[in-house]
Design a protein. Structure first.
Length: 336
């Protein structure tokens, strides 16, 4: 049985400013218990100024949830400024966050306003906050406690007024217990904690999201919304999605680009989603459509294939997988 890709019954949250139309932004689509619970907590905490820590794997939509908290809160009319703490070296991160004065270092030909100042009156989103060094953690804590920062190369305090929403793909409390993250900063950031479930934990949301992305990209291509074959949906449901929603979006986009009819068929999916990434274990149980693999086996095969396609380039492989480079490193260490 074929089903129209664009017909779904789901809760869709789109971040918006008060009194303003919805922005052109990918919504959080889902009807699973885990996703509805996360959205419910986000909506309740939005009107406050409490610090919020969003936890979840890379690609689950942490920044989207942070934007919803901002846009439904008291500071919706102020700026929303995001920074990925894992994507910038520590020296550059300090400049990004706090800015610098002219002449602070070679190449600093003019004063630079940092993210804290730019977010004043609004929300500062600190993504992958668990990757910050202890020294940077101390500087962030002081900025939050004193509501002021000092630009690199400067000695005059600058008053700032920001609400911080932080996010991490790590178990930050475990990092505190291991001595890798400051306990005082953790409790300041995590007044309220929201957990975004991995896509493999969201049941029928995989199908809802696939239909949403198919409709979205069909519109971009100026084509009718395609049908999705039941066999295609079967592969999508069975896959482990190590890159979560970000990876599913890329897979559906690719499928529409190679599709040559009015239906998304299994052959339009990436090989790893169909399980074509290598030989199965001889003792693995079989489903009706082929060997049945554990989630760990599916993820490992997918990672190995991405590394093979990129000749071992971690950055490129992480981009293909739809995850951050640091997340890929963690998974490789676990695989050994």
């Amino acid at each position: 049985m074929l089903k129209p890709a664009g017909q779904t019954h789901t809760y869709t949250a789109v971040a918006r400013s008060r009194g303003a139309p919805a922005r052109a932004r990918t919504p959080l689509v889902g009807s699973s218990v885990g996703m509805m619970g996360a959205l419910s907590v986000a909506r309740r905490v939005a009107p406050s100024l409490a610090g919020v820590l969003v936890q979840g794997e890379s690609g689950t939509g942490k920044e989207l949830l942070a934007r919803i908290i901002h846009d439904q809160g008291l500071r919706a009319g102020g700026p929303f400024v995001a920074v990925n703490c894992a994507a910038i070296t520590e020296t550059l991160l300090e400049t990004e966050l706090f800015g610098h004065e002219r002449g602070a270092f070679t190449g600093a030909v003019a004063r630079r306003v940092g993210r804290f100042e730019r977010a004043s009156g609004g929300t500062l989103f600190l993504d992958e906050v668990g990757d910050m060094s202890p020294a940077m953690q101390a500087k962030i804590l002081r900025a939050l406690q004193e509501n002021e920062i000092e630009r690199v190369g400067g000695d005059v305090p600058v008053q700032v007024d920001v609400r911080v929403v932080a996010a991490t793909n790590r178990d930050l409390l475990a990092e505190v217990l291991a001595g890798r993250f400051r306990e005082d900063l953790y409790y300041r950031l995590a007044v309220v904690t929201v957990h975004l479930p991995a896509l493999r934990e969201r049941g029928n949301d995989v199908e809802l999201l696939a239909r949403h992305f198919a409709s979205e990209y069909a519109g971009e291509l100026g084509r009718p919304v395609p049908l999705i074959a039941d066999a295609t949906l079967g592969f999508l449901r069975a896959y482990a999605w190590p890159g979560n929603v970000r990876q599913l979006r890329n897979v559906i986009q690719r499928a529409l680009l190679v599709q040559d009819g009015d239906t998304l068929l299994p052959e339009h999916l990436a090989p790893e989603v169909r399980g074509d990434a290598g030989p199965a274990r001889p003792d693995a149980p079989h489903a009706a459509d082929g060997p049945f693999l554990s989630l760990r086996e599916v993820e490992e095969r997918h990672i190995r294939r991405a590394l093979s396609l990129t000749d071992g380039n971690l950055g490129h492989a992480a981009e293909i997988l739809g995850i951050h480079r640091n997340t890929l490193r963690q998974k490789l260490r676990r695989i050994g």
